[in-house]
Design a binder for this molecule. Sequence first.
Ligand SMILES: C[S@@+](CC[C@H](N)C(=O)[O-])C[C@H]1O[C@@H](n2cnc3c(N)ncnc32)[C@H](O)[C@@H]1O
Length: 702
Amino acid sequence: MPKTQISNEQRFKNAIGAIKAMGVPTKNIKRILDNLLLLFDENWDAIEADNYSVFVDALLTNDEEHNYIQNSWDPVDNSIIDEDLEQKVCSIVGEHNQHTNVAGCSTSHTLSRKRKQQSQDNLDEVVSQENLKGKEIVIATNSILQNEINPLSSRKSNGQKMLESNANQNSFCFKRSKSKPVTSPGHINIAKKRLVGNHSKQLLINLESQALQTTNFNAVKKDTRNSFHNDGTSGFLEDSSKNIEIASSVSGQVKLSFSLNGLGSEMCFSNLESVFRKLEEKFLRSCIFIQPNFSIRNILTEMCETVQDLSKSSSYEKLVNITPRLDCSKKNYRLHASVTDPPISSSGNPLIKVTIPHHEPALGGIRPLHDVNDVAKGEERVRISILNEVSSERYPPSFSYIPQNIVYQHGHVDFSLARIGDEDCCSDCFGDCLSASIPCPCARHTGGKYAYTPEGLLTQEFLNDLLSDLPISYCNVCPIEKFKNEVRPEPCKGHFVLKFIKECWVKCGCSKQCGNRVVQRGITCNLQIFYTSENKGWGVRTLDELPRGTFVCEYIGEILTNDELYERNQRPKNGINEKHTYPVMLDADWASECGLKDEEALCLDATFYGNIARFINHRCSNSNLINIPVEMETPDHHYYHVAFFTSRKVDAFEELTWDYGIDFTDHMHPVKAFRCLCGSDSCRDNNNKKSRSNKISRKMKK
Ligand SMILES: C[S@@+](CC[C@H](N)C(=O)[O-])C[C@H]1O[C@@H](n2cnc3c(N)ncnc32)[C@H](O)[C@@H]1O
């Protein structure tokens, strides 16, 4: 009999009969049904849709805050009851309508597992509701992930009751295409869980895509504190054979991976790499500047469509078996792919098979070299994105991002508090030294005046002094010359006498917010690593305009003795790290410090371990950055920080450069000079001068 001819009373009875079989007490069923009828304006079609899926959702939803469905059974052990119920629901539902409930069952089971875990971990409640009338799915959450998910406030329409979070400003909503019927594939169930106490979150998304026909995706969003391995890969898998995994860190960093199986249709599947590449091009790049309409749902939808697009257009004629192997002893996981002749389907099309073995994390297999959204992996206060609009190179070569200098092996840096005397700190200060009437002892190094303004910029006076010609001092025995010829070193070629800044530090009485602490607070500018169009490789640019005197970043690397650097440079270079980043000599005191032993002279090498500064290119003249030695924890100038400040106003998207101080004629220098492409009029690279004059004379001849 068509449903329209069944009376509402009969439908009520049918519902009770079906749900009672799951073991739910009749009075509870009635209460929930009453609520649902109220909620859906007596729309029985909506309640019966997907075999009472809203009822099942209501059973699983136990949210007092929103009063959506009152908790209607004894809360003895919800996890067990839930699991039981869900299994029954699944079996009943399965009997009723096998096809449409495959996804429904897996959703319920997933929810159940999650719920069990939730109850064990003292998790807060699932808050989800599918609004059937408006074909919208609304999630209310205390999310901090607003950048990733389109923040829309809960809306009420046509008598539909939406969930309203206590934290309304943080709620967001997933909209479903209005053209799709409620029961069609394309169904998305989303459950949001919040860990009590530490505000960790999990977002569970089950997506069955019409586009992918028989392919199922499960997506799991999970707090990285629970899911990421130490090496930064995600370790969470529900069912590795058919999962999309989205893992997000508390700082908002998102990692996406997916694996497919069951491509039983005669779809010609492109390789995973091209799917990832296309998706990254589409989304990850744009996520650097978060778009207003950005949402996880869009990514998932786009992912389905991309897989379908690529599969349709693929001329792939091979069977690809992709098997990620997780070797925990190695840091870089790789996707192993083998290509064999494809079996031909009944329609004559080659079939594609993608196999992801159970319990092997799919994410690990395709770990990228760097996170294009944040090369610093959350180590800095700002995210540092990577963008290449020039060539196909997706990432800079491998290196480990470190936010602080680290001693490589033998470099001796004495950080002991005992070495900091009263004259080298301001233990009597309080709050902000800059606001005190008399400059503190820390300003002694800068002539009794602070180098910083209250806004955290270098004072114009300090900067002007720096940019005027610096005096040069000469070592008795120069470590650089000893590098070149240990037995008979040539005389020192001279080093600039650098002007130091002394920042307040831990032995000082002032606060961390003291105006004389700028470099130690880390990077605050929005910077980007980008591929230069002048063949200089990767470079750094600012995304915002920077005033003159702005602290940009420190040059961070391994602290090496000059001996160690020399030894490192002698080693045969292979492949990836063939190009050394330019090491920075900590030579401020070479001339004045008596008896500095070779093994004591230090330098910073960012080739293998470093920060964003390792990407800043050289410019012979008119560079926009100046490197300034900054002393914090050590009172002598044997070790110090190298900080970059803007030497003039820098426009947004302008490349940041500094003068490495290279002598392009010195072919014996420990680090081989490159052919300079800085493009400045006063380029010191003679090769360039020659080629420029050749060009001019060729032009003249013409
Ligand atoms: C500190 S790294 C800078 C980042 C580097 N461009 C990269 O892709 O990793 C120094 C290296 O960059 C390149 N480089 C820096 N400045 C350059 C310039 N003005 N002209 C040509 N190459 C430059 C050289 O290969 C040099 O060894």
